[in-house]
Design a protein around this ligand. Structure first.
Ligand code: ATP
Length: 359
């Protein structure tokens, strides 16, 4: 059983610039054999979290368990984890085969023939048998990435850690490698933690995503749950492209209105008795142009961006800018007045002060 559990994990960096809490009270469980993705914007603490699990960074507070062992004070080699980095970190003078066998050789306990057999087996899985005698400078980016993956997996680690492993590949190769990684994960069943800043990659790759911001966990859920039931405004805006439109409004009594229509009533007083403001969230694909819905308004078209399979429309609705993802058949011109509508069920509501979702 190789479950990874983080309990109250924090990381504080102290350097000449001062003190920085890069990871703050992180609680997370990655189940045995699960493929989990940690996602968040640059600087949110993803790499630091992964490096603490690998043992490449000390833990300031909290505990990390791999299986039934508490590991935060163990050396990296004692944790039986393997990490793949963004820049591959291959040895330039060694062939693909030597790069892959290096860790095995270093660990000892295997004859040369056994090592060769392991490497060949893994190379077959990764479909790189034909480049095993090449050195990294003779390989393409995708091939280097496969050798780096092979070098990590060949040691049969309990946990496989990947830090933005596909970011140096072009878009086509990246999507190919995404599927490849999922296939490898299915074949080997190793508990895998994958870090990316790319929300699309996170949503497509795993059945479980953990969204971080500012060192704090915002939500851990299935991609579908995080997308359709964001825990807070940050998650709502972070997932989805183009981003969720947001409109801040004050609450009149207990009534919230959008586009001049009442949306419902909420408890409008905070703990201090003040009326609180709300933020409406409207996803670009939920706004319909040219038809009335539960809530509708007249909008003026400011810009139209052709996307091939559809159009992005930039609208001004009651002095608020909105982006709409429209089908190819809906292609108004800048300056046109159109009807924009949305169903009540598709309107997200957040507390403007705390950012928390209001149900
Ligand atoms: P990116 O996607 O840009 O790699 P990230 O989400 O992986 O970002 P981290 O690299 O974990 O974020 O960094 C989190 C915060 O900790 C950042 O503010 C960063 O500047 C800071 N940080 C990271 N490493 C160190 C270090 N060795 N010393 C001081 N501060 C650091």
């Amino acid at each position: 059983m190789t479950r990874v559990t983080l309990e109250g994990v924090s990381k504080v960096y102290n350097d000449a610039q001062g003190t920085e809490r890069a990871v703050d009270d992180l609680n997370m469980t990655i189940g045995d054999g699960q493929f989990a993705v940690i996602v968040g914007p640059s600087g949110c603490g993803k790499t630091t979290t992964l490096r603490m699990i690998a043992g490449l960074e000390t833990v300031t507070e909290g505990t990390i368990n791999i299986g039934d062992r508490e590991v935060q004070d163990l050396a990296p080699a004692e944790r039986n984890v393997a990490m793949v980095f963004q820049n591959y970190a291959l040895y330039p003078s060694m062939t693909g085969r030597e790069n892959m066998a290096y860790g095995l050789k270093h660990a000892g306990g295997m004859s040369k023939d056994e090592r060769d057999e392991h490497v060949t087996e893994m190379a077959e899985l990764l479909e790189i048998t034909d480049i095993l005698d090449d050195t990294p400078d003779e390989m393409s980016g995708g091939q280097k990435q496969r050798v780096a993956l092979g070098r990590a997996i060949v040691r049969e680690p309990d946990v496989f850690l990947l830090d933005e492993p596909l970011s140096n590949l072009d878009a086509k190769l990246r999507s190919e490698m995404r599927r490849e990684l999922q296939r490898i994960h299915r074949d080997l069943d190793i508990t895998t933690i994958y870090v990316t800043h790319d929300q699309k990659e996170a949503m497509t790759m795993s059945d479980r995503i953990a969204i971080l911001n500012d060192g704090r966990l915002q939500q851990a859920a299935s991609p579908e749950e995080a997308y359709t039931q964001p825990a807070n405004r940050f998650v709502g805006e972070f997932l989805g492209s183009p981003s969720m439109n947001t409109v801040e409004r004050s609450v009149d009594g207990e009534t919230v209105s959008l586009f001049g229509q009442e949306l419902g009533t909420i408890d409008s007083t905070g703990a201090d008795g003040r009326v609180r403001n709300v933020v409406f969230g409207l996803r670009p694909e939920d706004i319909v142009v040219g038809e009335s819905r539960d809530l509708s308004a007249t909008a003026s078209v400011t810009e139209v961006e052709y996307q091939g399979d559809g159009n992005f429309l930039f609208l001004s609705v009651e002095n608020t800018d909105m982006t709409v993802r429209a089908p190819a058949s809906v292609r108004p011109s800048p300056g046109d007045l159109v009807t924009a509508g949305i169903d009540r069920a598709n309107v997200y509501l957040f507390d403007a002060d705390s950012g928390e979702a209001i149900s």
